[in-house]
Design a binder for this molecule. Structure first.
Ligand SMILES: Cc1cc2nc3c(=O)[nH]c(=O)nc-3n(C[C@H](O)[C@H](O)[C@H](O)COP(=O)(O)OP(=O)(O)OC[C@H]3O[C@@H](n4cnc5c(N)ncnc54)[C@H](O)[C@@H]3O)c2cc1C
Length: 234
């Protein structure tokens, strides 16, 4: 069912997320072997204390060892286009060359969806596009060319894999209220899935203002006070 919002499911993640990061941290500062550090790890509270200290020092290669994958669906092509700009993530996306979009699903932006008159206009335009697309397919045009008429709103699905460092970076950027609503909802859904497994990550999978302690956006939402570099240097 198309409920007009992004779906994200965590389909793969390591069992020992905290212990793996802890082992990476301790390996850098210990004469002991990584295997011994892993096998004789501290209790969770002590591991967490060290891991948080190392992350806050910026020693971030330690969290690159954690690789997670999400099954993502019901996002628009404009949302997927924004997502694939993140160069340290890996993607496998439904192809519009090999999969025909005869009855394509689409996402309606919230601002249009909340206005009955505009929503009707939007839906009727999608129907027109669908008809044109199907006319082209029936005329023998290959799907890879017929897709030229499909809209940004067309729904897509993909597998998204990332290491933890990149996921935190993407969360910092895309959970900001200045990011577009759809990608914000998608990244939130992905982060919520991982936080359900690894609760301590809730302190890191946050908008950048939470990490920075200030807002660096021109049009601030007011969640944190704005950093005004000009005023500060005067
Ligand atoms: C609110 C918002 C609005 C945006 N608007 C636009 C827009 O109008 N037009 C547009 O084209 N894009 C836009 N973008 C996309 C943006 O410019 C980035 O391409 C995208 O956010 C990927 O972020 P990134 O480069 O920080 O991170 P990633 O690609 O996720 O990489 C993570 C980090 O790795 C490092 N890195 C990766 N690749 C390189 C490299 N080649 N050289 C050096 N360091 C690298 C950087 O430190 C980078 O921050 C927007 C993004 C946001 C969040």
């Amino acid at each position: 069912m198309n409920d007009n919002k992004p779906h994200a499911k965590l389909i793969s993640a390591p069992d020992n997320i905290l212990k793996t990061i802890y082992t990476a941290c301790r390996t850098c500062y210990s004469a002991d072997s990584p295997q011994n550090i892993f096998d004789n790890a501290d209790d969770e509270t002590k591991m967490l204390k060290l891991v948080k200290k190392v992350i806050s020092s910026g020693h971030l290669s330690t969290i690159e060892h954690i690789q997670v994958s999400f099954a993502v669906s019901n996002i628009s092509r404009s949302c997927s286009h924004q997502l694939v700009r993140h160069r340290h993530m890996s993607f496998s996306q439904k192809s519009q060359r090999y999969v025909k979009e005869n009855q394509f699903e689409y996402l309606i932006p919230q601002t249009i969806n909340s206005n009955e008159e505009l929503k009707e206009k939007f839906v009727s335009f999608m129907e027109e596009i669908s008809k044109t697309y199907n006319d082209f397919i029936e005329a023998g045009i290959p799907a890879e060319d017929a897709r030229a008429v499909l809209p940004n709103a067309c729904a897509t699905s993909m597998i998204v894999s990332t290491n933890l460092r990149e996921l935190i970076h993407v969360a910092n950027l895309r959970l900001c209220s200045r990011a577009q609503t759809e990608i914000r909802l998608l990244i939130k859904a992905m982060c919520d899935e991982l936080i359900a497994k690894e609760a301590w990550l809730k302190d890191y999978l946050v908008p950048k203002c939470e990490t920075n302690g200030f807002c660096d956006e021109d049009k601030s939402c007011g969640r944190k006070s704005r950093l005004n570099l000009k005023e500060e240097t005067e």
